[in-house]
Design a binder for this molecule. Structure first.
Ligand code: ZN
Length: 83
């Protein structure tokens, strides 16, 4: 789940990365650009469109595999019983 650090005062943002990396960008930006002060309107934001958790996908891969197994069994049964 990628995060970006944004400083609205400078109209600057960090590249997307892990939250810890965004926090490091924030600290470095505060120190270098603002003399260690906290600029107004800065934020660490989750990148739009990313899921908060990789398991929070719309369809789980486990459900897809289970569906494929059910279809394979049904196909096999129809072949065996269809004769
Ligand atoms: Zn700034």
């Amino acid at each position: 789940m990628p995060y970006v650090y944004r400083c609205r005062r400078c109209r600057a943002s960090s590249p997307p990365g892990p939250r810890l990396e965004a926090e490091e960008y924030r600290q470095r930006h505060r120190d270098v650009e603002h003399g260690g002060l906290v600029p107004d309107g800065e934020a660490i934001e989750r990148v739009a469109g990313s899921t908060p958790d990789p398991d929070g996908r719309y369809v789980s891969s486990r459900a897809i595999v289970a569906l494929l197994v059910v279809l394979a069994v049904a196909s096999l049964l129809s072949r065996v019983l269809g004769r």
